[in-house]
Design a protein around this ligand. Structure first.
Ligand code: MG
Length: 219
């Protein structure tokens, strides 16, 4: 059995364990037909820091509700996505070898449940969407750990599992992964990562098969 080099391995979801070429929120808004002008306004507020992440999430949920978003719609969009090749086997082998494996994602819980259903993680930090009894989007709960807060998320996971941050590894593909990459004992920029993430990470692997991570994550 391959032996993990790190006691805790945290993964981003969209674009990393799930093959996807754009942020899942962009996909949800476009497929569900929210107002593009309102969306652009909110993205501007969020990226500039004028509103907190939780408020950004609340605006996203409000716009999706106004567009009539339903659980079935989100599941249908998630079903159009695939796991990144090698994702299930990589997570299973890390956990079988004794490593803790966590998700640190600014994506949506239904995508994880739909695309990687049945795969066990030791911890999952992700945005959660809530639906009413008739299946309509009714609200949600934002992750405390996206963007600059992914670093705090990795530290919190390390504390929870009694692992020094130097013994953690993190893999992500987006500009929202930079803070976590700066904290991890080993950070790997994945796939089509932006220059800022590649600069903040120890390694860059282009993929698309996650087996490219194995020489870094196993002895
Ligand atoms: Mg990503």
């Amino acid at each position: 059995m391959p032996q993990p080099r790190y006691e805790l391995v945290a993964f981003d979801l969209d674009g990393t364990l799930v093959a996807h070429h754009e942020p899942i929120w962009k996909t949800l808004h476009e497929r569900l037909g929210t107002d593009p002008a309102e969306r652009a306004r909110v993205v501007g507020l969020g990226l500039s820091g004028a509103i907190a992440y939780a408020d950004w999430f609340a605006h996203d949920v409000r716009m999706l509700r106004a567009a009539g978003a339903r659980r079935d719609d989100v599941v249908a969009i998630a079903r159009s996505l695939e796991p990144a090749p090698g994702a299930r086997a990589l997570v299973e082998d890390l956990r079988r070898g004794g490593a803790r494996v966590a998700i640190l994602s600014g994506g949506v819980d239904l995508v994880l449940d739909t695309v990687l259903g049945g795969l066990d993680f030791d911890a999952v930090h992700i945005n959660r969407l809530h639906f009413d009894g008739a299946g309509a989007l009714s609200g949600g709960e934002p992750t405390p750990y996206d963007r600059q807060h992914k670093a705090a998320g990795l530290r919190a996971l390390a504390r929870r599992f009694g692992v020094a941050t130097g013994r953690t590894a993190f893999v992500g593909d987006g500009p929202n992964d930079v803070a976590a990459a700066e904290v991890a004992g080993l950070s790997i920029a994945w796939g089509d990562a932006p220059a800022e993430l590649i600069a903040a990470s120890h390694h860059h692997e282009r993929g698309p098969h996650l087996d490219a991570l194995r020489p870094h994550l196993f002895r």
